[in-house]
Design a protein around this ligand. Structure first.
Ligand SMILES: [Zn+2]
Ligand SMILES: [Zn+2]
Length: 118
């Protein structure tokens, strides 16, 4: 199976018996989220980061997950830097209209306002 969000949190805060919301916060991830595909509510321990940039549950991650934490962090770094100003701190997810009736996920820079698709 690919890595979970919790595996990533472990790599940041170290091995512990119990992981808290603070640990997730420190690692820059949420403790709870939703599956991109089926919208199930998932928590760090059963949420799989997908190459789409969103979380997926065990049933939906298929082959879009990451084999190792290193793969995941390399991808995160690659997609979360603003192409216009290089900022990495205030990147947020947004939806843009790509044609009359099509919406797509995109990233928005909170610093300079640049919007791009990863
Ligand atoms: Zn799912
Ligand atoms: Zn920017």
């Amino acid at each position: 199976m690919p890595i979970t969000i919790l595996d990533y949190v472990k790599s940041v805060v170290g091995d512990k018996d119990l992981y808290t919301a603070e640990d997730c916060l420190e690692s820059g991830v949420d403790i709870l989220g939703g599956c991109q595909a089926c919208h199930a509510t998932i928590a760090a321990y059963n949420a799989y980061p997908s190459t789409s940039g969103y979380w997926r549950c065990a049933g939906c991650i298929s082959d879009t997950g990451f084999a190792t934490v290193a793969d995941f962090t390399a991808h995160e770094t690659a997609i979360t830097a603003c192409p216009a100003c290089g900022n990495t701190d205030t990147i947020s997810e947004t939806r843009i209209t790509t044609s009359e009736d099509t919406e797509a996920y995109a990233l928005e820079c909170g610093d300079c306002g640049e919007v791009w698709q990863s």
